[in-house]
Structure formats: C-alpha cells, structure tokens
Design a protein around this ligand. Structure first.
Ligand SMILES: Nc1ncnc2c1ncn2[C@@H]1O[C@H](COP(=O)(O)OP(=O)(O)O)[C@@H](O)[C@H]1O
Ligand SMILES: [Mg+2]
Ligand SMILES: [Zn+2]
Length: 564
C-alpha cells in the first residue's frame, strides 16, 4: 500500500484548487496575465505545502494551448503532458540526487536549446540547496546568461542554504504552513469524496499531528483508512496516532539510555513499516522524555501525569537508567533537533542521526564538565597549599548532588538593587518583630541579635502544581544575617522559619521567603554574586528554559558525608 494515494489523487491541478498560499498564487496569476513572469523563482518552505504543485501549475499556465493563462485548461495536449509527467519541456530534477556537474549538465544543455514543443521550457529543481558547489557554479553560469524562453523554479526546504549568488537572481516566494483549520476543511473534502465516515474531532487530531503539512495530513488519513476501512472511529485513530507512544517509545528510550546505537536503524525501519509518520513519532518521543524527566525528579507523579500506577511505575523504572541531569540533556538535545526534522527532506536519515548521537551522549563529557573538573583540581591544589577546604559554591537544583559535578562559575560583575530602601526596611522589620512577639516571644527575642537585614525581590520559587504545571511564584526575599558565633540564634530562627515567613508575608503583603546568612563569610554580596553566576550557567539556563523555572537560591554543594 502506498500512502501517497490521496496526495497524488488530490494534487491541485489549478491555482484555484490550492489550499492557502493565497498571496503567492495571486502574484503568479497576475504575472502571467501581465506577461511579467520572472526568469527564475525560488519556492521555499517546509515539505508538503504545495511548492512542487505550484511549479507544475505554473508550467501548465505558461504553455497551455489557450495561454499563457492564469487558468490552464488541463485538457490540451500540453496540460495533459505535464499532468502525466511526460512533457519534454518540463524538467523535474531532484537536487538531492543530482549533486555533481555531470548531473546538472543536462540542464545546461537543454537550457541551451529552445523548447521543442512548447512556448517555454520549465526547469524545476527540487531541494536545490543540496546541489554541490560545482553544480551550483554550473547553474549560476546558466542563470547569468539566461537562455531564451526558459524558466527556472527552485524549490527548497532550507532557503538559508541556497547561495546568495543564486538567490539574488531569483524571485523568492516563501510558502507558509497550512493552518489547522484549512487542513481540516481539506480533509473533510476528501472524506466526502471518498465516502469516509470520520469525526471532526479525529480530523483535528490528524491536522494537529501534521503540523502544517497538507501532505502529511493526507497520508495520515490514508493510514487511518488502511487501518480501519471507510468508517474511522476516534479510538482507532487515536490508536494509529498513539500506538507509537507506548512500547515503541520505551524501546526507543531504552536504546538511548542503554547506549545501543546499532539498534536505532531497525527501530526506525519498524516505525516506518507500521506506516507511522516520523515527525509525529518524534513529537511523542519528546513528550516521553519530558515524562521521564518528571519521573526522575518528582516523587509524587499521580497529579502531574494522566497515567495509572502501573504506567507510572514503568516510567520510573525507565527513568532510573540515567540521572535527572542526563535526561534533561537528552530532552534539550531532542528539542533542539526538532525544527531540523520538520524541515528535512530526508527525515529518516535525519532521525537516525539524531538518535545515534543521543546513544553516544552519555560518553560525551560536556566541555562545561571538563572545565569544572580542571577548575576543581586547581582549587583543591590552592586550598591544600593554604590549608583550607571550603567547598566551592554550586547550584542547588537537586541534580548536581547525584554526579557531584558543580557548575563552572566564572567571575562576573555584581549588581543587585535592593527593592526597598534601608529606612523602610527598618520599619518593616520592626513591624515583623512586633507581630512575631504576639506569636512567639522567644523567637522575636532572637531577632534582636541580627546584625543586618535586607529585602529583595530578585528570585522566583518553583513549585510543582497538581495541574501538571510548574508554577512560578515571585516571593520577596528577606535576608537576615547573624553575627559570627551566634549559631544558636540562627538555628532558633531556622527551626521556626515557616512562622517567620508567614508573619513577614502578612506584614509586607506579599509572599516572603526568609534567607538566613552568616555575616562573616557570607553576607549578601557573595550570595548575590553566586546567584548572578548561577544564572549565567548553561545547565541552569537549560533547566530554566525547559521548566520556565528560576533559580531560588545558590548553595554550596554538600560533598561526601565524611568531609562535612
Ligand atoms: N497548498 C496545498 N494545497 C493543496 N494541496 C496541497 C498543498 N500543499 C500540498 N498539497 C498536497 O500535498 C501533495 C504534495 O505537495 P507538494 O506540492 O509536492 O509539496 P512540496 O513540494 O511543498 O513538498 C500534493 O500532491 C497535494 O495533494
Ligand atoms: Mg516538492
Ligand atoms: Zn491547457
């Protein structure tokens, strides 16, 4: 079974039949009407959105027996020849498989001769960015001395890879993604013509999976019909779109986490054999890794994922094969590769490459870690020679501990503006102490020991919320420093820190976090600097991007128990 059936059958034969791309269609039709067709065009955009289709309609429009006309007849000999792929004057060349000068020489040669049977010779080069440098040069020569009555149309999914020397000689049309609504309407149309019974809900699921590509949507509908016949029920369709998500996804993550690159190829083959869309599979895979990351970093998953206990257990077991930090890195790499896959004209090869790379990921020590290792050694040497053993600062994300790697912090100038002026601070502070007095006088008494305090609002708090989200709150930070050697007081406050926070929140009228620091080593400046540095750390940034999270505090990593 070929699942390009609908794509072929429903390839538009006129400009009017095109879905979307209105501006492009109109511009071309006007150009034909006014006899201002350009010598060369570049059509760019993702796959399956009509580039080749428009190129062929344009070829017909120029050569139709009743033309040049914006509305080719589709009946005359020339129109039929194009439609049936047998026109001698319309050449379609695949840039991906024609990379050398020899491959391109037929173009140069044919371009030299006037069209045989038609008004115009139309040369369509698909994936033109794949041509080699030599082939490009040959093409460029042809474009510099444009042969008479020859039109070039270059299609590409990666416009940025087309050399400027070529692009500057062409009129460029950027084809747009097809909207979900347009895709659904188009599918409805096909369903009606093919007498397929399918719900609007199901068509929306397909459109969503197709992500802007009409051809992908058509082939998903093809697969659905192949699977369930002419009556597609929603569950079947979910099955088709979703079968990917269970066993295959776990199979794939196991390959990656257990570093078995050789098996990647067979897996992709299997996925393709089942007729799955690779891009859809990829989306599910990204989601799967996000779930694994959650499973690895959060104890109570029940409220975060719509899964039953058994499924959660399966996730946890799988996630245990790597550290949370590693899974985070996989997830980030997968996300970064997604646009590439979407635009790739060879998704299978692309996907294989990405997955094989991920299989080797654990072995590749990030440069960052290497730098840290070196820094650590240097620091330890220095410390040893001075007889000090203070642990270097790290970022507390709950991940670093596992591998004992501390993020590399480089010196950066510090700048932190206090939110409330000191005089105001004093006032507020006294109010807080007053209120504490009412609640717990012993606690309030301790506060007289503090040497300085400061109110800030620079940090955010990450929370796991029952509704699957990471909620970010923006608390005010109340920083209190105690004089050296006053550990008792500090610990007393520490024990009741929740009470202090509650009371302070009530006084200030905003959520308050209390931070206790040592006046001696620490003080706010060092903390500020650590925070500043932490925010510049790539690992931290990735974490923040992925979860829309922010750093709440930076603390020294507790090394091994013996050292403490
Ligand atoms: N804009 C569109 N309007 C109608 N059908 C489309 C459109 N884009 C793609 N298709 C469908 O997808 C198939 C492949 O489209 P094609 O023009 O080859 O895409 P591209 O060259 O952009 O990869 C067509 O045969 C047609 O059935
Ligand atoms: Mg094409
Ligand atoms: Zn015609």
């Amino acid at each position: 079974m070929s699942y390009l059936i609908y794509a072929r059958k429903y390839r538009p034969q006129t400009f009017e039949e095109m879905v979307g791309q209105k501006a492009i269609v109109q511009t071309l039709q006007n150009a034909i009407k006014n006899n201002r067709v350009a010598q060369a065009y570049i059509f760019s955009g993702m796959r399956g959105i009509g580039k080749t289709t428009v190129a062929r309609i344009l070829a017909k429009a120029l050569n139709c027996q009743y033309g040049p006309t914006p509305t080719p007849c589709n009946k005359c000999e020339f129109c039929l020849a194009v439609k049936e792929d047998r026109s001698v004057d319309v050449l379609e060349i695949d840039g991906a498989s024609s990379r050398t000068v020899e491959d391109i020489s037929p173009i140069r040669d044919t371009a030299k001769y006037k069209p045989i049977a038609s008004r115009y010779k139309v040369i369509i080069i698909d994936e033109v960015h794949m041509l080699s440098g030599h082939a490009f040069n040959a093409l460029l020569k042809t474009l510099e001395e444009p042969p008479e009555r020859t039109i070039f149309i270059f299609a590409t999914t990666e416009f940025h890879k087309v050399p400027a020397t070529i692009a500057s000689r062409c009129q460029h049309f950027e084809f747009k993604k097809i909207s979900q609504k347009e895709i659904v309407n188009h599918l409805l149309d096909i369903a009606q013509k093919e007498k397929i019974t399918v719900s609007l809900y199901a068509l929306n699921l397909i459109a969503e999976a197709a992500d802007g590509s009409l051809r992908d949507a058509q082939s998903l509908l093809d697969q659905a019909v192949a699977f369930s016949g002419e009556i597609i029920n929603d569950d079947d369709l979910k099955e088709i779109l979703g079968v990917i998500s269970k066993d295959t996804l776990f199979e794939c993550s196991s390959l990656i986490l257990e570093q078995r690159p050789a098996e990647v190829f067979a897996l992709i083959e299997k996925i393709m054999e089942k007729g799955h869309d690779l891009r859809f599979f990829y989306k599910e895979l990204v989601q799967h890794f996000r779930n694994l990351l959650l499973a690895r970093s959060v104890q109570e998953l029940k409220d975060l994922l719509p899964l039953n206990a058994e499924e959660i257990g399966q996730l946890k077991t799988e996630a245990a094969k790597a550290s949370a930090e590693e899974i985070l890195r996989y997830l980030v790499a997968l996300q970064q590769a997604e646009p590439g896959l979407r635009y790739s004209s060879h998704p299978q090869i692309y996907l294989e490459t990405v997955l094989v790379k991920l299989c080797h990921f654990k072995k590749i020590v990030p440069l960052q870690d290497l730098i840290q290792e070196v820094e650590k050694i240097v620091k330890e040497r220095e410390a040893a020679s001075r007889g000090l053993s203070e642990p270097p600062p790290g970022i507390k994300t709950g991940m670093d501990k596992e591998r004992g790697v501390e993020p590399g912090l480089k010196p950066v100038p510090v700048q932190q503006a206090p939110r409330i002026k000191v005089e105001e601070d004093k006032d507020i502070f006294h109010k807080i102490v007053e209120e504490l007095q009412k609640e717990k006088s012993s606690l309030a008494a301790v506060f007289s020991r503090q040497t300085s305090f400061q109110i800030k609002d620079e940090t955010l708090d990450i929370k796991f919320h029952p509704e699957k989200r990471f909620v970010i709150e923006n608390p005010v930070i109340l920083e209190i420093s105690f004089p050296a050697g006053e550990d008792f007081y500090r610990e007393t406050v520490q024990k009741d820190i929740k009470t202090v926070e509650r009371v302070a929140s009530a006084v200030i009228g905003q959520k308050v976090k209390v931070r206790l620091i040592d006046a001696v080593d620490g003080n706010a400046n060092k903390r500020d600097r650590d925070l500043e540095l932490a925010l510049k750390d790539p690992t931290v940034q990735t974490f923040m991007d992925t979860f829309k999270a922010q750093v709440l505090s930076v603390e020294p990593i507790k090394r091994s128990k013996q050292k403490e």
